[in-house]
Design a protein around this ligand. Structure first.
Ligand code: AMP
Ligand code: ZN
Length: 470
């Protein structure tokens, strides 16, 4: 069976092929850089990495765009508290995100770009929506009028008929004519950052950011749009409403969503405060590839319950594979080839491929590999392995590792040897400033000491905090 994905839009498993040539045009919603990204977010980004790698394994080229949301309510509030520009505030967290993504071996999308570099495209998109009669303004802000877009709800399969209550569906705190309406452009308020636009000074809403960036890089119709399940509504529904109103064409053919990572059966989220960052887990001594394995091991449409036992099990699994790799590489084997083993190796690759073709069923793909390794260890015990079987087994592991990428141990963390990176230091200082502002002196001292242990000296000056390496 060829490659197929479950499409949120149609609620069906559908055969996948790109629309044009051999290139998959894909857009994924990137992080909002107001804090360290937690491992729940990284579950979604790891799923997208597996998706990328599998598409390439299947012979497709990728044109993948990911935005970095660097203007947003929480960013503005936090930056103002620290008396920083949003650029200065988001710089450290953006850098930290890329460092963490690299530690998890996530491939960089072909285009990664901050929202604030694409304001003109967003302004233009809003102007087109206005020209087509999809907007209205209220107190300097511009809104999307949902009642003009009859398809609204087709992605989330929500029935909105009759919903005109005062209850807000969108979190943006602005006045709207209809509860479903959402803000495209927020009018300038007080000292908040703003950009000039023909329809008034202000800043873009989150939804228009993705529509404008996706279409300016990838054209009117994408092959795949992906994100975490919480983005289906309202974010992706709103992206469809904007983009399809502008072009009159389908915005994305496939919509792929990953389920949440839970902790103690609750969604891991920054707002609930129940989160671990990658850095927390690395500080506890976990290897990045173990975390990657755990995040990738549960198929993306199933919830993943994060536990420390789960991490231990992931470490054991990797160890088993590495042990087998070492054993196969170094075993003294008689010349020749055992056909039964050759067939078993071919079957393992086939099962692995079939599982990933089936909506990226990583759990089954792993099961195929572990069954194979068990059988091959027995074959080695029973001296059935021959010299020509060696490279066949190596090939199975190579195929596995092209996707899962966990066999090679990570170099000991640069952080441990050379101290933290600038991005990490700046982000910790930002957290310390925050702690001091909220009079959490225990936390602010803790951060100072943590940095001191790593050889970073902090100096509080009247212009803010300066730091240097010892
Ligand atoms: P954010 O930085 O909040 O915009 O989120 C970045 C990505 O992480 C989005 O695709 C979210 O849907 C996703 N996400 C947020 N929380 C979780 C979670 N607990 N598990 C999996 N994905 C998540
Ligand atoms: Zn988005």
């Amino acid at each position: 069976m060829p490659l197929r994905f479950f499409n949120t839009l149609t609620q069906e498993l559908e055969l996948f092929q790109p629309l044009k040539d051999n290139t998959v045009r894909m857009y994924t919603c990137g992080p909002t850089v107001y804090n360290f990204v937690h491992i729940g977010n990284f579950r979604t980004f790891t799923f997208q990495d597996i998706l990328r790698r599998w598409l390439r394994y299947r012979g497709y080229a990728l044109d993948h765009v990911m935005n970095v949301t660097d203007v947003e309510d929480k960013i503005i509030v936090n930056a103002a508290k620290e008396q920083k520009s949003i650029e200065d505030y988001t710089r450290g967290y953006t850098k930290a995100f890329f460092e963490d993504a690299a530690a998890l071996r996530l491939e960089q999308p072909e285009h990664v770009t901050p929202a604030t570099k694409h304001i003109p495209e967003m302004i233009e998109a809003i102007q087109t929506l206005t020209a087509k009669g999809y907007t209205y303004t209220n107190e300097g802000s511009t809104y999307y009028r949902i009642s003009n877009f009859p398809d609204y709800g087709k992605l989330s399969h929500n029935d909105f008929t009759g919903l005109r209550s005062a209850a807000r569906v969108d979190q943006d705190e602005y006045d709207k004519a209809d509860a479903r309406d959402f803000v495209l452009w927020k009018g300038r308020k007080g000292d908040e950052p703003y950009w000039p636009a023909p329809f008034g000074d202000g800043r873009p809403g989150w939804h228009i950011e993705c529509s404008a960036m996706a279409m300016s890089f990838l054209g009117e119709t994408l092959d795949i749009h992906a994100g975490g399940i919480d983005l289906v509504f309202p974010h992706h529904e709103n992206e469809i409403a904007q983009s399809e109103a502008i072009t009159g064409k389908p915005f994305s053919r496939f919509w792929l969503h990953s389920e949440h990572l839970l902790i103690e059966s609750q969604k891991m989220s920054k707002s609930l405060g129940n989160f671990y960052t990658l850095r927390d887990l690395l500080e506890m001594g976990n290897e990045p590839e173990v975390i990657r394995y755990l995040l990738a091991s549960v198929p993306h449409r199933k919830k993943l319950n994060f536990t420390f036992e789960g991490l231990k099990a992931a470490a054991k699994s990797i160890e088993r594979l590495r042990d087998f790799e070492a054993r196969v590489t170094s075993a003294k084997l008689p010349a020749g080839k055992n056909q039964i083993i050759s067939d078993r190796s071919t079957a393992a690759v086939r099962q692995f491929e079939e599982s990933l073709d089936d909506d990226l069923n990583t759990a089954e793909a792993l099961a195929a590999i572990f069954e194979y390794v068990r059988a091959m260890n027995t074959a080695l015990d029973e001296n059935q392995f021959q010299e020509d079987n060696r490279w066949e087994a190596a090939k199975v592991l190579e195929v596995f590792d092209t996707i899962f990428d966990v066999l090679k141990p990570s170099a000991p963390r640069a952080v441990k040897i050379e101290g933290p990176s600038d991005g990490e230091i700046e982000a910790l200082i930002a957290e310390r400033n925050q702690a001091k502002k909220s009079r959490d002196f225990r936390r602010s001292d803790e951060i100072r000491n943590l940095l001191l242990e790593k050889g970073i000296l902090l100096e509080d000056t009247k212009d803010g905090v300066r730091w240097k390496r010892k």
